[in-house]
Design a protein. Structure first.
Lengths: 365, 260
């Protein structure tokens, strides 16, 4: 029994955002840049899927874990994780295969077939038909096995704790830990939609059109996968499985105790400057704009400095190829996206709450 | 004997009036079957062999469309039994669960919705990773992004309809964000600025973006009706129009992408 508690306790603490998220980011870059061809092997995905299944199967013995994972609306998310692991592997393995062919001066996969025409009937209609039947059968079996959830009748005075948005928005809800609603709930979703629509007009690299490749479009593939796998899917996993009452963090085997206290030790940048560093003798200035001056400098400096850095150092080639308009939009979107992990990191290391904190005007960054 | 029977059916006036050509077992009839059928003619007559490869397309767009059809049909069936009012909604869902024989329609509808969200994400995932948004398909990618957002909104509006605790609180949490919309939400940055510029309270809890979304200050009966109409009529129609454009443009932009 002692051993079990030791293991579950260790896993609980390893799942903390500061550890698991950081580890996921490191693994993400290692897989994509160092271990790509190892990852692309068939046995890798078999191992990943088997280990995921084994982890879940064994963990089901634990009542807390079982309760959360078998909540009807959470079951599809578990299924989705298996699918996403598989399709990420499939895409990467095809990228590796094509990149090897390109390096050897050969045609990419399906190149000859792209010049060959077949009749839609029966070639396409047949697979569509089979696909529909498979999906339909799967859906019916799933519907027989698992009842759709139905809780108590709606009661506007009894707020459940935790209150969660539908599962596909839980990444955004998780973002609320680090950013205020106007950013996490309005500006960032807006930027995601606009940014996605703009992708084809910003990414003018003519290569990699219609086939899997990594080497020919490293930047676009890396940013998309980072956004989708880390900032969207991983945050949904956090929001769904690892956030309990009061949106506190709970490990996968930790009972959702409504009385769990988290020490609120988060500090605004202005408080750091005026209280900790005792600028003006430890007193906060009355004027809001004076108080938050350093915060504004930090935010503007992040974007101006970031754009300068991308333009002159990190993405110099892009600046020359894309031209000014495209490049500045790209730089703004990239910096906005990067601001989330940066803010997370600042929260975990120096407990930074807001960089600019004007709660009087609901303007917190 | 059997052949004679089939022959007598396929040569009848009724059969010929429906199917204008013979069985699609020769090139001519394979062209005609796609050309003459309103549903099949969403497809081109012939296509690149690379485009029928499931290992390339993952069939995710097709699955998403199929799930949309499943949702439409099961949704219509559910509408027969469901009344979108605070008094009846929850009771109707209970009745669907308890009294309808082989009642898995709501299950199919709900799990189909979840599956559709997942399949549309995976569709975008595949399209991005194969660079299929690149010219000449830039515009269609944009349509696709909007369709993805509509899929999420369809699911979001449907989430409220069972009118249970799960439903109203998920929608409450989800729509609380609108309160913080810059300049348009009463707890958003810029609202105080607008109010002081105008000299009276323009943006308040009874007039802001969240109020417009919920038709009230709280998730209530007016919200239920609003979400029901959006869920059953407006968003599906908008999605259907955009899907027509999406599929049409797949054809017009050179079919399913492939190595050039």
């Amino acid at each position: 029994m002692h051993i079990v508690e030791l293991i579950t306790g260790t896993i609980n603490s390893l799942c903390q955002p500061s550890l698991l998220f950081t580890a996921a980011v490191i693994v993400f870059f290692l897989v994509l840049f160092k271990w790509r061809s190892k990852f692309a092997e068939v046995r890798t995905i078999i191992w990943i899927e088997v280990l995921m299944a084994a982890f879940i199967a064994v963990s089901m013995l634990h009542p807390t874990f079982r309760d959360i994972v078998t909540k009807p609306d959470n079951v599809p998310i578990v299924g989705m994780l298996f699918l996403i692991a598989f399709f990420t592997w499939l895409a990467v393995s095809k990228m590796v295969k094509n990149d090897d062919r390109i390096a050897a001066g050969q045609d990419v996969e399906n190149k000859k077939e792209a010049k060959e025409l077949v009749f839609t009937w029966p070639d396409l209609v047949f697979s569509e038909f089979l696909c529909s039947i498979a999906v339909w059968v799967g859906l019916v079996v799933w519907s027989i096995l698992l009842k759709a959830p139905l809780e108590e009748p709606a009661n506007p005075v009894e707020t459940p704790n935790p209150s969660k948005a539908p599962w596909y928005f839980l990444g955004l809800q998780e973002m609320l830990v680090y950013y205020d609603p106007w950013l996490a709930g309005v500006v960032f979703p807006g930027l995601i939609i606009v940014g996605l629509i703009l992708v084809p007009y910003i990414d003018i690299n003519p290569k990699g059109n219609g086939y899997f490749t990594f080497n020919e479009r490293k930047f676009s593939i890396t940013s998309f996968l980072f956004g989708f796998l880390i900032l969207w899917i991983l945050l949904i996993v956090y929001g769904t499985f690892l956030r309990g009452p009061n949106w506190n963090f709970f490990g996968p085997y930790e009972v959702w105790d409504i009385h769990k206290l988290e020490v609120l030790k988060n500090v605004n940048l202005s408080e750091y400057i005026y209280r900790e560093f005792r600028l003006l003798g430890g007193k906060m200035p009355e004027n809001v704009l004076v108080r938050e001056f350093f915060g504004f400098v930090a935010v503007i400096g992040y974007f101006v400095g970031g754009i300068w850095l991308l333009q002159n150092k990190l993405l110099k080639e892009f600046y020359e190829k894309l031209g000014k308009a495209r490049f500045y939009i790209l730089a703004f979107l990239v910096l906005s996206m990067a601001s989330l992990p940066i803010k997370m990191f600042l929260r975990w290391t120096i407990n930074l709450k807001y960089i600019v904190a004007i709660p009087e005007a609901f303007f917190n960054i | 004997m059997a052949n004679q029977f089939i022959e007598s059916i396929t040569s009848s006036q009724a059969w010929k009036s429906i199917f204008r050509h013979g069985a699609p077992n020769n090139p001519k009839n394979r062209v005609l079957v796609v050309l003459m059928n309103v549903f099949l003619h969403l497809h081109p007559i012939r296509m690149k062999k690379s485009g029928v490869r499931m290992s390339f397309t993952w069939c995710m767009g097709g699955i998403t469309f199929f799930l949309f059809l499943v949702e439409t049909i099961t949704g219509v069936l559910l509408m027969f039994y469901y009344r979108p009012t605070a008094d009846y909604a929850y009771a109707d869902i209970i009745a669907l669960r308890e009294h309808v024989p082989i009642g898995i329609m709501r299950e199919i509808h709900r799990w189909g919705a979840h599956a559709m969200v997942i399949s549309v994400w995976l569709h975008m995932f595949r399209v991005f990773l194969t660079g299929s948004y690149k010219p000449p398909r830039e515009f269609n990618w944009g349509i696709g992004v909007i369709l993805l957002v509509l899929t999420l909104l369809l699911s979001f509006t449907g989430y409220l309809l069972p009118w249970d605790q799960l439903a109203i609180w998920a929608i409450t949490v989800g729509s609380n964000m609108a309160r913080a919309t810059p300049f348009a939400g009463n707890e958003g940055p810029g609202a105080a600025l607008i109010n002081s510029l105008m000299g009276f309270e323009v943006i308040h809890a009874g007039s802001d973006a969240r109020f417009a979304l919920l038709a009230g200050r709280l998730v209530g009966e007016a919200t239920l009706l609003r979400f029901y109409v959006l869920h059953c009529i407006f968003i599906p129609l908008a999605a259907a129009v955009l899907m027509a454009i999406h599929f049409w443009r797949v054809r017009k932009d050179g079919g399913i992408s492939g190595p050039l």
